[in-house]
Design a protein around this ligand. Structure first.
Ligand SMILES: Nc1nc2c(ncn2[C@@H]2O[C@H](COP(=O)(O)OP(=O)(O)OP(=O)(O)O)[C@@H](O)[C@H]2O)c(=O)[nH]1
Length: 211
């Protein structure tokens, strides 16, 4: 069913936006999704995700219903080829690192180049620094995350899957960005916009994805 958005553009409220959680094993992808879906944190021993699973959620953003189908991927290297297969269909990607793990932060560059290689140009990307509740063990400052996000032109937030800090906010921000992109590009173009633009336009016109 179509409805007219505030901007006067038809918006398909039955559209499902595929959103994928990616990042190193142990950064908290499953925990973030459980906190968002069920409002709880299950402490205890870490059991790595095997393969891939999804959860459906409907959010209301600016009076529009946005359906997110959120896929939780396995961070372990051996599942990487399975994860790549899902990138192409994703409208949004949440890339997590753990603020208490330098390697998980350093690896976000490799994740971002994989996303660049396998995902659509228009994909909405959000960088999340998780586990902010573990204050004594923090090794990545908020400014480091902000700087990396600026460098890649992606949205940034710090979260805690344990306390729930910014968990809802992260998904609402993604949903809002998806609505913004749907309004600007209601019909997905056959061509990648980047291929049709002059270089100066590319630098300033980015709606979603990499600038
Ligand atoms: N203190 C704290 N612990 C967390 C947080 N998020 C996750 N954890 C813990 O970190 C460990 C790994 O969390 P998972 O959610 O399983 O990590 P994952 O990214 O899904 O891991 P893979 O499935 O292997 O990719 C678990 O012991 C969680 O309880 C958080 O925000 N704060």
């Amino acid at each position: 069913m179509d409805q007219i958005s505030a901007a006067g553009v038809a918006y398909d409220q039955d559209l499902t936006h595929k959103t994928i959680l990616v990042g190193d094993s142990g950064v908290g992808k499953t925990s973030l999704l459980v906190q968002f879906d069920q409002g709880k944190f299950i402490p205890g021993s870490f059991s790595a995700t095997v393969g891939i699973g999804f959860t459906n959620k409907v959010l209301t953003v600016d009076e529009l219903k946005v359906r997110l189908q959120i896929w939780d991927t396995a961070g372990q290297e051996r599942f990487r080829s399975v994860t790549h297969a899902y990138y192409r269909d994703a409208q949004a990607l949440l890339l997590l690192y753990d603020v208490t793990s330098r390697s998980s932060f350093d690896n976000t560059r490799a994740w971002l180049s994989e996303i660049h290689e396998y995902a659509q140009d228009e994909v909405v990307i959000m960088l999340l620094g998780n586990k902010t509740d573990v204050s004594g063990a923090r090794v990545i400052r908020r400014e480091d995350g902000e700087k990396l996000a600026r460098e890649f032109g992606v949205i940034f937030l710090e979260t805690s899957a344990k306390t729930g800090l910014n968990v809802d906010q992260a998904f609402i921000t993604v949903a809002r960005e998806l609505v913004r992109c749907s309004v600007q590009m209601p019909i997905r173009p056959r061509f990648h916009l980047h291929e049709l633009m002059e270089p100066e336009e590319r630098e300033t016109s980015g709606c979603c994805g990499f600038n």
